[in-house]
Design a protein around this ligand. Structure first.
Ligand code: GMT
Length: 373
């Protein structure tokens, strides 16, 4: 098939899922056209069957706000026409599905150009629920030819919050289990804090991620186990997290690594992933860690329970309960038999339920259904 993909190409779960989906589809022989304002993160140039079409947004003195959504719609219609695309697949409702809707209408006289919208989380729970975007988000979902959600939690939430009646297909997030793998040798040789246990956190450091909780957990853990925290990513909460590390006297035990393209090389170095988010519709970072045999200690919130089974392949604790999160990390790091068991089960969950070979065909089948009308 010939598929146009649009996403936020910068750091963020939805962009990562969209990019990795495109790569997997290209690997299966589909022709994939990324239509975005920048080259998506994790997308290296020169890959077979992958094309990249930049959306240029011209600015004029009259425009206080350059109309990106319109430039995107024009580009979508142009690429769809020139490369004879079968469908558009947009990730994150606002504004991408509205642009796709315009592109579909622009093409309507010539031929059908259906589009699929994948909902990722904050497009519904934060942006979509905001009063100024609520009506257009609802409209964009209702107008999509197909809608998918990355967890059943998000599907239910969307139906409830927007009172939407069209069906939403749940296609869970996926991980490439060949790329994300345990690596005990490199973990043993890690140079961040030789001989210490490594905790890792990955996110876009937005308030919803509660990154300062990671620093608090580390400070508690260090009272019992020699541990070091790797903070991967960047965003508005990085400054507060750095300040807190100084205040709690653990600054030299925390490494802020900023945005990293190859997290599959970093995660296997760690022993535990911390994900203390207020809300996660899915929690892709937890899945990537599980594939590397790194148990997540996360919050019991949103769709995380669809991925992590508490006490089996990771741990889920209440939001903001630093004591509970720390106790779980300390237990994991102090009981080697428990650690081996949970780590093994985490990898097994990734392999048996979330591997690309299981999930990508679900997207392919859905595309066929949508194209068949
Ligand atoms: O987590 C973020 O703030 C980024 C956001 C995004 O859309 O880029 O992530 C959402 O999509 C991810 C991929 O589907 C999910 O794994 C995350 O759980 C979800 N984030 C939230 O729901 C907060």
């Amino acid at each position: 098939m010939r598929i146009g993909i649009t996403c936020y190409p910068t750091y963020g779960g939805s962009g990562i899922v969209a990019t990795e989906l495109g790569l997997e589809l290209a690997n299966r022989g589909h022709s994939v056209h990324f239509i975005t304002y920048a080259n998506p993160i994790r997308l290296d140039p020169g890959i077979k069957h992958i094309h990249y079409h930049e959306v240029e947004v011209s600015n004029y003195p009259l425009f206080q706000y350059p109309p990106y959504s319109l430039a995107l719609a024009s580009r979508m219609a142009e690429v769809a026409e020139r490369y004879d695309l079968d469908l558009l697949h947009v990730h994150y409702a606002i504004p991408h599905s509205i642009s796709a809707l315009l592109a579909r209408d622009m093409m309507a006289k010539r031929r059908r150009l259906p589009f699929v919208t994948t909902l990722h989380g904050t497009d519904i729970t934060l942006v979509g629920a905001d009063r100024s975007y609520f009506p257009i988000t609802k409209f964009s979902i209702e107008q999509s030819n197909g809608v998918t959600a990355v967890s059943d939690y998000l599907r239910r939430q969307t139906m409830e919050v927007f009172g939407i009646e069209n069906s939403i297909r749940v296609i869970l997030n996926f991980v490439n289990c060949d790329m994300y793998q345990p690596d005990p040798q490199r973990r043993h040789e890690q140079t961040f804090a030789p001989g210490e246990k490594l905790l890792v956190h990955l996110s876009n450091f937005r308030p919803v991620k509660r990154v300062t909780d990671c620093v608090r957990i580390l400070a508690q853990v260090r009272k019992h186990v020699a541990a070091h925290l790797l903070m991967v990513g960047d965003g508005p909460e990085r400054g507060p997290a750095e300040r807190l590390a100084w205040e709690l006297g653990v600054a030299r035990h925390v490494s802020f690594l900023g945005k990293q393209d190859h997290v599959e090389r970093l995660i296997p170095l760690a022993h535990v992933l911390l994900l203390p988010s207020e809300l996660e519709s899915f929690g892709l970072a937890a899945l990537e860690a599980m594939a590397c045999g790194v148990p997540p200690v996360a919050t019991r919130t949103g769709g995380l329970g669809e991925l992590v089974t508490h006490g089996v392949d990771g741990f889920l604790e209440p939001v903001g309960d630093i004591e509970a999160h720390s106790a779980q990390v300390i237990q994991l790091l102090s009981e080697p038999a428990l650690y081996r068991q949970v780590s093994g089960r985490a990898r097994e969950t990734a392999l048996t339920r979330f591997c690309t070979s299981l999930i990508i065909p679900q997207y392919e089948n859905y595309y066929r259904e949508i194209c068949a009308g």
